[in-house]
Design a protein around this ligand. Sequence first.
Ligand SMILES: *[C@@H]1O[C@H](CO)[C@@H](O)[C@H](O)[C@H]1NC(C)=O
Ligand SMILES: *[C@@H]1O[C@H](CO)[C@@H](O)[C@H](O)[C@H]1NC(C)=O
Ligand SMILES: *[C@@H]1O[C@H](CO)[C@@H](O)[C@H](O)[C@H]1NC(C)=O
Ligand SMILES: *[C@@H]1O[C@H](CO)[C@@H](O)[C@H](O)[C@H]1NC(C)=O
Ligand SMILES: *[C@@H]1O[C@H](CO)[C@@H](O)[C@H](O)[C@H]1NC(C)=O
Length: 438
Amino acid sequence: MEFAISLLLIFAIVASSPAKALDPCDSTSSDSGLSVHHIYGKCSPFSPTRREPTWVNTVLDMATKDPQRVDFLYSISSKKTTAVPIGPGQQLLNIGNYVLRVKIGTPGQVMYMVLDTSSNDAWAPCSGCTGCSNTTFSPTASSTYGGSLECSVPECAQVSSLQCPTTGTGACTFNQSYGGSSFAATLVRDSLTLGPDIVGNYTFGCINTVSGASIPPQGLLGLGRGPMSLLSQTGALYSGIFSYCLPSFRSYYFSGSLKLGPIGQPKSIRTTPLLHSPHRSSLYYVNLTGISVGRVTVPIDPQYLAFDPVTGAGTVVDSGTVITRLVEPVYNATRDEFRKQVPGPFSSVGAFDTCFTPASEADTPLITLHLEGLDLKLPLENSLIHRSSGPQACLAMAATPNNVNSVLNVIASFQQQNLRVVFDSPNSKLGIARELCN
Ligand SMILES: *[C@@H]1O[C@H](CO)[C@@H](O)[C@H](O)[C@H]1NC(C)=O
Ligand SMILES: *[C@@H]1O[C@H](CO)[C@@H](O)[C@H](O)[C@H]1NC(C)=O
Ligand SMILES: *[C@@H]1O[C@H](CO)[C@@H](O)[C@H](O)[C@H]1NC(C)=O
Ligand SMILES: *[C@@H]1O[C@H](CO)[C@@H](O)[C@H](O)[C@H]1NC(C)=O
Ligand SMILES: *[C@@H]1O[C@H](CO)[C@@H](O)[C@H](O)[C@H]1NC(C)=O
């Protein structure tokens, strides 16, 4: 009887709510914050299902742990890691993993911008752009458009690859490269709407020309630590604090959340200090001091984990990299210890060199990243990736490509699924807590 009543109640609630309450894509803002979507997920306009109905099967395969998804993850994580070296003013391993629905101008024009914790700038394609996607921001349709900024404004000096005439007059235009592509943009101002908040006079790049295919189609919003980033431009509105909870890679239909500002952040949360590198001002460096596999502390020479603000060596937390990358000696030592504790033989799939058939989930050792003051014990779904065809699973980490980036460890989005990660730059702290984001 009680069961029947609750069923009726559920039915009544479902029937009386407008359809959008059932649409996981519609929750653009709520108590839990702004929705963060996988760029290829169902809620993103870049989802292949919306363009090509025949891709449905592919997407289903991806969502059901298909090996194709492993290759897909590998391809997005590998392509750009080797192509984009780290240097002052350049981007780090940037990939558009997650998009956020924002509005630019007044009335607001909806754009799905890539969320990038390792970038400072923001930019969006503007009408008349050559080589951009069809969705562009139209300045002439906005009553709050502030026009292009002069070369002489201080913000212009913050934009990399500055193209100002030596006299310092004229519009502030700049070129920037991103993931192997490049664009030319003009620095402009307009309102940016994030859920319930309107940020007036937001300074961003209005893209005029794009070459190459890897520029996020509807722009990028930098949440880095530098002077041009959203957090710096919004000052007291968000006090430089934000957090995200990234949805599971398995749940392509669901979203995570972005919470801006100190309100609504977890009250008691374990934290680790954020370290600051003046040469790479956008990056969120943490102090990784060691790694354990099960109960065994992996023998790692501390020099490979040491933070060096001059060379950029150390460990960053990034949303744009898919799988955690460790410098080769650190990865090898971690992998070798992991292999000792799980049954072989081992094979490779794409980026993953340790694929095996687990005896059971319970027997698979958990990996703990020891951060200063905080042990991050990765849930199994954040360290293993399962193939759908058969019982095989792979250790979802890899060595940092052995090139100029070989001094950097990156804690990537796969390892951050279903965690709330709080970025608190003013207090130089990063907090992590378990949370079901989807
Ligand atoms: C862009 O718009 C043009 C003209 O409206 C249309 O022909 C084209 O298919 C669109 N391209 C995309 C990728 O939507
Ligand atoms: C800047 O970008 C524009 C358009 O892509 C290009 O024509 C120009 O040569 C670029 N300038 C530099 C200095 O790279
Ligand atoms: C933007 O700046 C202009 C001039 O500096 C000012 O008049 C206007 O009130 C500002 N708008 C907002 C929404 O802050
Ligand atoms: C990282 O943590 C270790 C252990 O607590 C400490 O000795 C070291 O000084 C820290 N490094 C930085 C750069 O703070
Ligand atoms: C790491 O392991 C690979 C084999 O998987 C090997 O080729 C490489 O030389 C090792 N690197 C180091 C620094 O031990």
